[in-house]
Design a protein. Structure first.
Length: 253
């Protein structure tokens, strides 16, 4: 069994109630970390994770589309944990808005996507930097996307742009705050089997997705979790600023 010792680590993980976040939260707790299990709508899932490990991990609700909610989330977690070792920016939405739509509908999806996928991430980064400076250390792990490097289809321009922003932010944080003992990493997944991906598979079929990758099976959240655990552990701090692809060989840079 994979083992990375995360005993005593306190981690804020956004979007921990489903998909990649849920798989990662489960892994981090199994390795001994206490996790602030952030969710938006799926309270039952976040609570089930907390109950499963019963180790001081706790659910926190926040709609990251609302600025006040973002502040509230960080404040509540800071108060509960005292010290936060790592902030994992995982929550995200993947909304279609073809350029064939009328412009105002297209723009409303653009704004919604940027609010959740980038603006909340920017604000949590600022709050995290303030917190990490006070305590003299900290780590950010940003969940980007293969879309940043390969480009997306025309239906997902906002999504691709938001993840480009996240990736660039993460790299700049690594360069700007390394001397203050703040590290920053990007994990860049390809297609990963979650409900976000299922929506795409429903429309385009699993064969199309399997044909794109080098391996035989679609990536699952469990395939991403050990890398994220290693990043949280401090064992790979000298890779700060790095973007690590986990895309089953579908896009090799
Ligand atoms: N799946 C893929 O193929 C893939 C590929 C590349 C990158 N990614 C990235 O990986 C991350 C996780 O994706 P996933 O596939 O695991 O997605 P998912 O299964 O749809 O889960 C999304 C998570 O984000 C939360 N969330 C959604 N909207 C929110 C909002 N307005 N406020 C707060 N939380 C919100 C959800 O909370 P509730 O369920 O509680 O509402 C849920 O926990 C995303 O950043 C995504 O862009 C995914």
């Amino acid at each position: 069994m994979t083992t990375i010792d995360l005993t005593g680590k306190k981690i804020l993980l956004t979007g921990a109630s489903d998909g990649i976040g849920k798989g990662v939260a489960d892994f981090l707790m199994r390795m001994g970390a206490q996790v602030a299990i952030h969710y938006n709508t799926n309270r039952a899932s976040a609570e089930a994770l907390a109950v499963k490990y019963n180790n001081g991990s706790k659910p926190f609700q926040s709609n990251l589309a609302n600025e006040e909610d973002v502040y509230k989330l960080f404040e509540e977690v800071e108060e509960y944990f005292g010290t936060i070792d790592t902030v994992i920016l995982n929550a995200g939405i993947f909304l279609k808005h073809s350029t064939n739509k009328n412009t105002s509908d297209w723009l409303s999806v653009w704004k919604k996507t940027l609010d959740v996928n980038l603006n909340s991430v920017g604000l949590l980064t600022k709050l995290g930097i303030d917190h990490f400076k006070k305590q003299g250390q900290g780590r950010f792990i940003y969940i980007g996307s293969r879309a940043v490097f390969r480009g997306e289809t025309e239906e997902y321009l906002a999504y691709a742009a938001s993840k480009g922003g996240v990736t660039s932010l993460a790299r700049s944080v690594a360069r700007s705050f390394g001397k203050e003992n703040i590290k920053s990493f990007v994990v860049s997944p390809g297609f990963t089997r979650t409900q976000m991906a299922e929506q795409f598979i429903e429309v385009y079929g699993e064969e199309r997705v399997l044909n794109e990758i080098a391996l035989n099976e679609l990536t699952t959240p469990q395939d991403l979790a050990p890398l994220i655990g290693l990043m949280c552990s401090g064992l790979m701090d000298h890779a700060t600023g790095a973007t690590i692809d986990v895309n089953a060989g579908s896009h090799i840079r």
